[in-house]
Design a protein around this ligand. Structure first.
Ligand code: SF4
Ligand code: SF4
Length: 361
């Protein structure tokens, strides 16, 4: 974890989280709220690895803050959601590979905007440099050229996330693992239901709401369906000699169209909720980078849908370039932005379930 020392504020973030968790461990009022509190009570002290694990278990629902008698203006000024959000963000940078890229994008929305512009420009260049044959999209950019650009970028993103995930997995190896239960909690977002299954307090102060959970699930399933659409198109192209474009009644479209709609609704909804939420309960710096990534997800879904709707109009070339640029930027940013929270949270939930089993009397 060499990046820890290189990033200013990492020690302060962990010290504040440790202070907050020690107070919570004495209080325990919020025990039933989420997975963080039972996991916290299984510890007497909080090493850096424990802090990273607990921070990635936290879903920033903010319920504990609104229940807390030690929150400001109390002199303890306890803000557990922010303390864990700061450590969580720090942990992604610490485990990331290569670390210098994590620092470039970690908390800069402008970095992502530049990346998007560069990716779109690269697609313009590609369209001008190669001439396609055949019809549809491949007349603009041949299939082979798309594969030559996207395959290495995607494989690099997978490798980077695998390295980061393996580092986290090694750091928490003593906790055990229960993959089926952990995955179940990750896919159903159990921890955003709140202690009484009424939802979380993300955007509405002390009023409970299921909106964040629903928008989050739309984003998750939208992303997975879009990925399935791309995989189905690849299999049809190489396995069955059936290149794009595809009819509406085909696997790429049956996955891709609902996936794009869910992605737009989910990412758009999350952005809307973020505007209503209290910034003092999220990361102390880097919220712009988080929002920028959600904007990128939204743009990817929107340009994909627009491309499908207008594929036989003169707008097709511009939309194709915009969509491919957004997808390229998305792939490049996956391991170094908020998107990576899906990986670490899933691993944390798998570890948490494993730890529960190991420590069961
Ligand atoms: S957040 Fe506040 S009320 Fe909840 S356990 Fe911690 S100290 Fe107690
Ligand atoms: S913000 Fe929500 S998920 Fe995070 S520790 Fe508090 S209650 Fe748990």
């Amino acid at each position: 974890m060499s990046a820890t020392d290189a990033i200013p504020g990492s020690d302060a973030a962990r010290a504040e989280a440790r202070r907050a968790l020690e107070i919570c461990n004495a209080c325990r009022y919020c025990e039933g709220y989420c997975a963080v509190f039972p996991a916290m009570t299984r510890r007497r002290a909080f090493a850096d690895g424990d802090l990273d694990h607990l921070a990635n278990l936290c879903h920033n629902c903010r319920g504990c803050y609104h229940a807390c008698q030690y929150a400001p203006p109390h002199e303890f000024a306890l803000n557990l959601p922010r303390a864990l959000a700061d450590v969580r963000q720090q942990s992604w940078a610490d485990y990331a590979w290569p670390g210098f890229l994590a620092r470039a994008f970690r908390d800069r929305g402008a970095g992502l905007a530049v990346l998007l512009v560069l990716a779109v420009a690269a697609m313009f260049w590609l369209a001008g440099a190669v001439s396609g044959s055949g019809g549809g999209f491949y007349a603009l950019i041949p299939h082979g050229a798309m594969v030559a650009v996207f395959a290495p970028v995607f494989l690099f993103a997978l490798l980077a996330m695998a390295v980061g995930g393996a580092r986290y997995w090694r750091a928490t190896r003593d906790l055990g693992a229960a993959p089926a239960h952990g995955l179940h909690h990750a896919m159903t977002l159990t921890n955003l239901k709140g202690g009484a299954a009424e939802g979380c307090n993300f955007e509405d102060g002390d009023r409970f709401s299921q909106a964040r959970r629903h928008f989050h699930q739309a984003t998750l399933w939208g992303f997975l369906l879009c990925f399935a659409a791309t995989a189905a198109g690849t299999v049809l192209h190489y396995g069955f000699g059936a290149p794009a474009p595809y009819d509406l009644v085909s696997l790429p479209k049956l996955f891709g169209v609902p996936g794009g709609i869910l992605l737009v609704i989910g990412a758009g909804g999350l952005l809307w909720l973020k505007r209503r939420a209290d910034p003092a309960l999220g990361v102390s710096r880097g919220a712009g980078g988080e929002s920028a990534f959600t904007v990128l997800l939204f743009l990817t879904g929107l340009t994909g849908l627009a491309l499908y709707a207008l594929r036989q109009t003169p707008a097709m070339p511009a939309l194709l370039i915009l969509h491919l640029g957004a997808v390229l930027a998305l792939f490049l940013a996956l391991p170094y932005t908020k998107m990576v929270h899906g990986l670490y949270r899933t691993l944390a939930l798998i570890r948490d379930e494993g730890e529960k089993r190991k420590t069961k009397p």
